[in-house]
Design a protein around this ligand. Sequence first.
Ligand SMILES: [Zn+2]
Length: 473
Amino acid sequence: MSLKSICIFVLLTVIGLSAAAPHFDLYFHPRTMRLDYIHSGTGTTESFSFDDVYEESVWAGPVTRLIDDSNLGKYLFQVFDERTGTLIYSRGFCSIFGEWQTTEEAQKINRSFSESIRFPWPRAGVKVTISTRNRENQFIEIWSVSLNPGEVNYRRNGTYSNVPVTPLFISGDIRNKIDIVILPDGYTKDQMKKFHQDAKRLVKTLFSTEPFLSGRDQFNVRCVDLPSNEEGIDDPQKTIYRDNALACSYNAFGSDRYILTYDNKTLRKIAARVPYEHVCILVNAQKYGGGGIFNLYTTCISDNEWSDYIFVHEFGHSFGGLGDEYYTSDVAYSEFYPQDVEPWEPNLTICTDPDRVKWREMIEPGTPVPTPWGKAEYDARQTAYMQNRKELKANKAPLSEIDRIRDENDRWIHDFLRNQPYWGKTGVYEGAGYASSGLFRPYIDCRMFSRSLTGFDPVCSRAIGRMIELYTE
Ligand SMILES: [Zn+2]
């Protein structure tokens, strides 16, 4: 498929997904159904197995925009009224399995992950389908299961009813607001005060960043105060292992600073202590690390000088479905974004036609596309910096010296980007999504590009704003 036809295709897909809104009370009770399944496969195959259905507490999700028309996520689940075939609920999402598929390990072994999807409790029988994207970006159904809400064997999820809940701020009714749950990992029972302080600090940072600042009164934020038996989390590269409640670990997929938990069952059981739509896991640790998977969860460490940056960046992934705009760091993925496929992420593209790129209406006339930004100079400087850092590490230089050249480099990046002639203009800038060429981002700098504490660029902000609307209108 040519680049041009891919661009057109993406437009058509978005339009094709819109549908008339079904009425909540006609199809649903205001409780939550959670479907657990096992997602298995290799780098090129995948299969699903039914695991269990749980009844969780009240429904905290949207009651108006039941159909997700954002066209984000590697996967899409849809709930159909079984009798009439009417689509009554859908959401796009990503999964750990989906990321794992792009690692080298997936070329060698089969692996399984526990996953959950959650939707309001149906009044009558439903068919639930999961679709994934083919290389042309279309959603193709790959699994379906029929569920009868009268089934007696569905389980009431035990929810740690004795674990305290601490609201951070409540803006209004759960049905109209976005409910975030913050879960602690690696905090002992004597460290709950620290957990609350850390959570307050990071949440304050998030809601000081646009568009979360303007949208703050659309959110409720609650902490569930579950202690771990031991402080900290697993750090396999240092052979450190902890008895932490949520089983978060550094070195996910062999990437030292990538923090994930694969213990979906425990995560769900603890999160269900409160009404929730989005999960943030705060990890009691100092070493740099975090993670964010769209509509799954955010992880972030508490005590690193970069915690504020990481928390907001990772929430951009898990809440907004944003892609990484950077491309210099080492990552564990072999071909994360195939260069002949338009990424579904709202802030990444392979399209360099200014009339067709997905953020075209935000590009001012007269802005060249692709848009120059001093890339050759930036790349040369980054290559020299990485080489310098490698040598310092090999020569066992003191950490303070390594930190010093890092901070110096960060300052250089910050100033260099702001001195570019198209600074402040939305354009199509080459270098994004871990690829130096062939993938493009919408702005010179962004919270998804550099580690400067800059805000989200206009395209990312628009995507986050649309997500806030999807959950609150
Ligand atoms: Zn990222």
